[in-house]
Write a protein of this length. Structure first.
Length: 206
């Protein structure tokens, strides 16, 4: 079987849904929220209130490399769900997708932050190890995001933190279905692995 790659982290924050939604839905505050530290500044194209189809640009800094992404809103369900798909300034919303999902829970809010990548890999060994390694790397960058949210709403650190090394289904549902003949799976997997390893080598050199 072949599946998209990704991860999600959820935790219970002692604050009402509305307080947390005010933060996560304000994309201009994402530099304060993003646990990766890569988001430097965000601007909304057209300066209009966000809705499905809105595009916001993000100035990013990763390992000394500056670049710009153009992110298209794909889910807008106040005050519970907000998802966007990353892309290029000339082609917004063509790559990975991110989501914040909020749910009232035990006098607080369960906050889930997840990502679905466009990497599709087989779930069997040894590709399963690569899938998990990629997912865990993203999960590690999401955990500080929940810490930042708790701090910004003056709440204690998140409780009952849960890590899932699979992409959220509501995000992969936005991607093309993976219907690949058996002989093509191996070729696709090898190409994907080679691409990921090449990217990692390139980032190390930078």
């Amino acid at each position: 079987m072949i599946r998209y790659t990704g991860a999600s982290v959820s935790g219970r924050i002692n604050a009402p849904v509305e307080s947390i939604w005010e933060l996560v839905s304000d994309v201009e505050r994402h530099p304060q929220i993003a646990g990766s530290g890569e988001v430097q500044a965000v601007t909304i194209r057209g300066n209009q209130p966000l809705h499905v189809g809105s595009v916001f640009e993000s100035q990013q800094l990763m390992r000394g490399i500056h670049y710009v992404t153009a992110n298209r809103v794909v889910i807008w369900d106040p005050p519970y769900r907000f998802a966007w798909r990353v892309g290029l300034p000339s082609a917004p919303g063509i790559a990975q997708a991110w989501i914040f999902a909020l749910q009232p829970e035990a006098n607080g809010t369960r906050v889930t932050n997840g990502v679905a990548l466009i990497y599709a890999l087989p779930t069997f060994f040894p590709f399963s190890l690569l899938r998990k390694q990629i997912a865990q790397g993203y999960a590690n960058s999401i955990i500080p995001t929940l810490d930042n949210l708790a701090r910004l709403v003056n709440a204690p650190p998140p409780e009952d933190v849960r890590v899932v090394t699979e992409p959220p289904a509501e995000l992969t549902a936005l991607f093309p279905p993976l219907i690949i003949p058996g002989t093509t799976i191996v070729a696709a997997a090898i190409a994907a692995v080679a691409g990921v390893l090449a990217l990692r080598r390139r980032l190390r050199k930078s």
